[in-house]
Design a protein. Structure first.
Length: 353
């Protein structure tokens, strides 16, 4: 097994010859194959994340792009799949077409290690996922089946699954060990290969090369795993480093305020994110989670950033859920209502975290 100092440059994983899809359009094409629904909520979510990162920079708060939380796809190996969660924290290798292009990959940061340790402490086996030995010419888009031609799901780039060993160094782990509780896939059923040419690359957020690069590696990590294993309950999470120095998970949404006669103005949180934040706060050692809402008006113009600790959210929300709209993946959602009065403007909340 490879062992590398955590904060050292990783020469075995990112060489000076690293190169990627030759254009931002190729990366966008890959994302299109992986997204069955490119609806308004998905675009709102990406734009909200970009705006949130900009706001955090103004506040001196560090944003940590999160990772995937996966469970085994069925109970053929384990009777309680949700207990076998694995968290994958994708790392980026640089693209030649990025605005700040470089041939050298960034070293693992203390912030990334904080996110890694957070997941470990709440009982989720965690790996830093690092692209290795990348050659631009090897990149190929997944292809759907057509008549007598079978579908193609190429693994264009290899990924290394790194963990921190007891002696404080990074070590590479065999994929079969990482996913030993996950059923091995038999056939292509369930793999994604959606239609191309659904994204207008000249429009925001698709013309932001840094955002597309991050989205590419985020989605490619999930794709790399799903080719070989059956997974379920896939979800993402982000982190911030707050003024106290703690690393806390964040759920971010962009919403217009709603109103009813009982609660007045309110924001909603879907049942999935609610359960996810409940898992973190129930298993962490006195560490809270944060629900952040970017309030926008009916024309999608920014109004204000609001936040609420999850421990306050559960005290303030309605216990009766209501049907929501479409989620980012296109499916229907169910929502808990939280009075807007329970939220605090984010700039005022940060100093208390």
């Amino acid at each position: 097994m490879k062992k590398l100092l955590i904060l050292d440059y990783l020469p075995e994983l990112f060489t000076s010859e690293v190169s990627m899809p030759s254009s931002i359009q190729q990366a966008i094409n890959f994302l299109e194959t992986q997204w069955s629904s490119i609806n308004d909520n998905k675009i709102k979510g990406i734009l909200a994340e970009l705006a949130f990162k900009s706001f955090l920079n103004q506040q001196g708060i560090h944003f940590i792009p999160g990772g995937w939380i996966m469970s085994p796809g069925n109970k053929t190996i384990t009777q309680v799949p949700a207990r076998e969660k694995v968290c994958l924290l994708p790392r980026n290798a640089p693209f030649s077409w990025q605005a700040a292009s470089t041939n050298a990959a960034a070293p693992v940061t203390p912030a990334e290690i904080s996110a890694y340790n957070y997941f470990r402490q709440v009982g989720v086996t965690t790996y830093l996922v690092c692209p290795s030995n990348i050659v631009e010419a090897d990149f190929a888009i997944p292809q759907p089946s057509h008549r007598a031609v079978r579908a193609s799901y190429p693994k264009s780039y290899h990924l290394d699954f790194m963990s921190i060993s007891p002696n404080g160094q990074l070590q590479s782990n065999p994929v079969a060990t990482v996913f030993q509780a996950f059923p091995v896939r038999n056939g292509n059923s369930g793999l994604r290969c959606s239609q191309l040419n659904r994204i207008a690359a000249s429009q925001a957020p698709w013309n932001d090369s840094e955002a597309i690069a991050r989205l590419f590696w985020f989605e490619y990590t999930r794709y790399f795993v799903q080719i070989d294993y059956l997974v379920s309950n896939i979800d993402g999470i982000h982190f911030i480093i707050v003024p106290s120095g703690s690393c806390i998970p964040v759920e971010l949404k962009s919403k217009t305020v709603a109103n009813d006669t009982l609660l007045g103005d309110w924001f909603g949180i879907d049942m999935g994110p609610f359960a996810k934040l409940a898992f973190f706060t129930a298993n962490s050692m006195n560490t809270d989670a944060l629900y952040v809402v970017q309030e926008v008006d009916s024309d999608r113009n920014h109004v204000e950033w609001y936040g609420i600790r999850f421990t306050e959210l559960v005290k303030s929300c309605s216990w009766v859920w209501q049907a929501g709209g479409k989620g980012m993946m296109g499916g229907a959602s169910s929502t808990y209502k939280i009075p807007k009065a329970a939220f605090t403007q984010l700039a005022e909340l940060f100093p208390t975290l």
